[in-house]
Ligand binder design. Sequence first.
Ligand code: NAP
Length: 304
Amino acid sequence: MYDTIIVGAGPAGLTAGIYAARGALKVLIIERGGIGGQIATSWEIENYPGAPAESNGPGLTERMRAQCEEFGVEFSTRTYLSSRKTTQGFIVETDAGTLETQTMIMATGAEPKLIGCKGELELRGMGVSYCATCDANFFKGLKVAVIGGGDTALEEAMYLTKFAKEIIIIHRRDELRGAKILQQRIKENDQISLLLDSVVEEIKGNGLVESIVVKNVKTNELSEISLDGVFVFVGQKPNSEPFVGLLERDARDYLLTDDEMRTNIPGIFAAGDIRHKSLRQVVTATGDGAIAAVNVIKFIEELK
Ligand code: NAP
């Protein structure tokens, strides 16, 4: 019987692990793939306070994992399937057997949707980015493309104007989806141009992004554009499917919690990008993880 099982080993789950284990709890973190979550694909991190200048995603999360182990957190590679309430706590079904725990912290994160074109995955973190707040600073004075026509794409394109010299918004239809006020700001900004009715067929580069091949969906004409970066904002998907029917979600499938990271089920908490919240960053994920773990400790104390 664990005191808490944390599902997900990104910054939220790992921070929850450190805080819960330092609170003398018996903690297991389960993770279906590698340690680190989305940040493991980031090639440089300069907005996490105190991180050394050369910080990268894998390095930062590896140090978080080592801290967890120092305090006795156990790790297991397995996939969470479901859980059910018992008088003692919860029975957790995974693809590698059943576990028992008093409490749980869901920290399964979210994933950016991909364009799915050739070169996208190969050049991810090498000029292909899914987060302007994280990576805009690396494109100072350079030329980038923003893919997508929703609010996120338009807002992030405006944000990128503080860094990049030139931004091309590439959208698959002849009309943007984002709010009219954002569309107006985009039109008035000299640094931003629009390429409508267009999809990215390929992202090219030898180690770093060098160009993209774009297809006009009306004429099927292909053209190649030289640039330094591609920011993809075609939607995000929270990893909340395993919790359907158990935990309350918002209209976009993010888990609903209160400020103390409590979900609708007493004893189940959620932390990080999986939550309904306004800013999804490492620093907010680690904050959530700490709050969730401290509330798990209080919850268990109150059961005694
Ligand atoms: P979104 O509204 O779903 O927009 C996604 C965009 O990506 C759409 O323009 C879509 O094209 C395009 N797209 C989807 N799949 C694509 C593909 N495979 N290839 C190329 N383009 C593709 O997502 P979002 O912009 O992340 O926003 C999510 C939600 O958050 C929305 O409800 C939005 O209003 C809200 N939001 C609000 C604010 C704000 O109020 N300040 C800020 C950010 C987000 P189509 O238009 O053709 O479907």
